[in-house]
Design a protein around this ligand. Structure first.
Ligand SMILES: Nc1nc2c(ncn2[C@@H]2O[C@H](COP(=O)(O)OP(=O)(O)O)[C@@H](O)[C@H]2O)c(=O)[nH]1
Ligand SMILES: [Mg+2]
Length: 292
């Protein structure tokens, strides 16, 4: 091992960009490409460019690829890991920006953020909306406001050792933040740039990607803070009940009658709301018992 830094590049069918990302990244440490069952020449080009390559025979997801990388870093004794996307959206020349606070001992986990500079203007509008939802959900789960979906990150060994990540897909980004906030890992953000003019910048359709991450984050919140999640769902149910109730009563003053269907609807949503609250309370007690 010549370096104490391992740069981990999760890659799925990135033959167009992997070579240049590896070439630029290797100035800053050893480079590990985790080829996650690509069916193009990702592994071959990564190896030719000077990266260590680990390959999953079948596609297991970005989170799983990162975990393979983290395990490798721990087993080989690296002090620092950096993760970035291998599709060319992140600029490897910005790696030192993320390393700096770690080397200086100011943070354990550094996240490259698109929101701290002009970079956020580059984010397409439809993505901004989705990112806002995911950032808000992450804030609910971890009580920190960050660019939660950014894959450009650096971590020291302390952070690496204390994370025990369960997510296999893109939700790993939020999972890391939630655990960091629970385990006393010092988190910091630094501004980075993100390019949106690269060929295969998104592997997945934005809608399925967004909803996939959202449902994973909701289950993370359900697991970490069940009372919060179920209270919100309960309140939503009560709000619907309230609207139906007013709708049902409206004709009472003018015509002296009420809408029966809306009354029944309001009753059903009230019952659902109460059940959600009870479920939240029960799960909260269970979650506490499990943690103790
Ligand atoms: N290992 C692995 N990497 C993946 C997978 N899906 C995406 N990636 C990598 O994760 C990074 C980000 O994925 P991308 O689809 O560009 O995410 P987006 O830019 O947020 O839409 C890229 O480097 C991809 O090659 C996967 O299933 N496995
Ligand atoms: Mg991308």
């Amino acid at each position: 091992m010549k370096n104490n830094t391992l740069i981990i590049l999760p890659a799925y069918n990135e033959e167009l960009t992997i070579g240049s990302v590896v070439a630029l990244a290797k100035k800053f440490g050893d480079v590990l490409v985790v080829d996650d069952g690509s069916f193009d020449r990702t592994s071959q080009i990564a190896r030719e460019s000077g990266a260590i390559v680990l390959r999953h025979e079948v596609n297991k997801g970005k989170g799983c690829a990162l975990k393979t990388g983290f395990k490798y870093a721990l087993s080989k004794g690296y002090d620092i890991v950096v993760c970035l996307d291998s599709d060319g959206q992140h600029n490897p020349d910005e790696i030192p920006l993320l390393l700096d606070p770690i080397v200086k001992g100011e943070a354990d986990l550094v996240i490259g953020s698109r929101y701290l500079n002009e970079s956020k203007k580059e984010i397409p509008i439809y993505r901004r909306l989705g990112l806002w939802v995911l950032n808000t959900m992450t804030r609910m789960a971890a009580s920190v406001e960050v660019d939660s979906q950014s894959g450009f990150r650096a971590m020291n060994r302390k952070a690496l050792e204390s994370l025990d990540l369960s997510s296999d897909g893109y939700a790993i980004e939020t999972d890391m933040i939630v655990q960091a906030s629970e385990r006393g890992i010092r988190l910091m953000e630094v501004p980075i740039t993100v390019r949106y003019d690269v060929p295969n910048k998104h592997k997945k359709n934005p809608l399925t990607h967004g909803f996939g991450v959202l449902s994973d984050i909701v289950s993370l919140i359900g697991y970490k803070r069940p009372l919060l999640l179920f209270s919100i769902l309960g309140m939503m149910s009560f709000s619907i009940a309230g609207i139906l109730f007013f709708w049902a009563l409206k004709p009472y003053y003018t015509e002296g009658r009420v809408y029966l269907t809306q009354i029944i609807g309001a009753g059903i949503f009230t019952i659902i709301g109460i059940q959600l609250f009870v479920a939240g309370l029960t799960l909260n007690v269970l979650a506490k018992m499990v943690r103790e």
